[in-house]
Design a protein around this ligand. Sequence first.
Ligand code: ADP
Length: 465
Amino acid sequence: MNVVFCSSECVPFAKTGGLGDVCGALPLELEKFGVEVSVFLPHYRGVEAAGFPIKKIGSGLSMTTIGRQVKVFFVEHQDYYQRNGLYGDQHRDFPDNLNRFQFFCRRVLETVAGWPERPDIIHCHDWQTGLIPVYLKAFYRNSPLSRTRTVLTIHNIGYQGIFPKEQVKTLGLDHDQFFQFGLEYFNQINLLKTGIVNADVVTTVSPTYAQEIQTRTYGSGLDGVLRSRTDGVMGILNGIDTEYWNPADDPLIRSHFSAESVDKKYLNKRDLQVDSGFSPEEDVPVFGFVGRLAQQKGLDLLSGVMETLSRQKLQIVLLGVGEQRYHDMLRYLSNCYSSRLRVFFKFDEPLAHQVYSGSDFFLMPSQYEPCGLSQMISLRYGAIPVVYKTGGLADTITPYHMGGNGFVFEQYTKESFLAAILEAIQVYQDRSRFRQLVRHAFDFDFSWRCSAEKYVELYERLVGR
Ligand code: ADP
């Protein structure tokens, strides 16, 4: 089985969120099942910083290897990819994103069309690669690639790659093809939509999100398009790379720990408190947050409860970058409540590990969450998640009062969020109950194994094996 991953992010080379984690980790797990995987990624500025030897293999293409034999190909284009930022800066998306990603899709197909053995599957991820199934139909109908099957995985339906229809010429498609391939959506170009219409199979990253996005509330306008697929949408829960995210030997944290040595976790807590400028008080619970500063992530709820929380004994450490309005809001809140809230406005991998390992609780009040990796990572580091019951959060976190592994609120209101945090604080104050809960956190296995098996089954079904 020969599978090509096509993605705009892949750790350790390029990441803004979970997409990067998934496209870096899943190929390594598939490889263990005997699948031959290659990954294509734009050659962004900074991919060299990962420290892998990248060699040029032809005009406009370079390559390295991760895992045992997973080849990662970098599509080069000086103007398109040698920039700061993958999709834009803090203020706006790059105005030529359509050119940047259509170029990427075209180059992937041109490259694999020249391989002696065609790929069995091209696995596309999110809107940036939504054109691949279309180009296969438009340009490779009479070539061996016509027998290659496509899978499109939706990592977040809130991002669709929408562009003015006047830019259609950029795509190399004519007016008829624009309609024929379902690129048109409300008189604009919608790349995720065309991917959904043309891929052989559509998957998403958790079973609950697969149901949710077929409803008006969560479908971001594409629920009807999804429902019109007779085979529906398959939900396969993401995993995490448990070798990378391992508190027992994580090189990015100062004190290593496991279920058997949870006490050492509290050395990390102390470090995090000090590094954040808080007083290192052991009996004050630390709540962490690591994530993109976007509406989806529930920061408005946090803002709504800050005043009440400021009367509680707690410390919140927040790490994130994103939309300007959330930078402004959080800067304001951290000035008002400086003894309760510290914010680091950056993308910082080592600091993320320190927040996971040093926090007692992890805040994830996401309005919607396709899968969410942070709640799984935080559990692995003994930080108990406080989450809204949605998407992958609903599939991975169950309420403490029902014997579960976290604190879950079911109404998307600041009152419900607050009640969940207050319940968490109450449990924290009962030291033996809290210790038991932390130890229980280590019992959960969110490794990729089980999910990778499901992808292998899917690929085999698709190619008729
Ligand atoms: P999403 O894909 O919506 O961004 P996920 O929970 O699936 O959310 O994945 C987020 C990933 O990105 C996690 O690995 C998290 O640790 C990481 N991350 C997000 N923001 C930052 C940041 N500012 N610094 C370091 N890592 C971050």
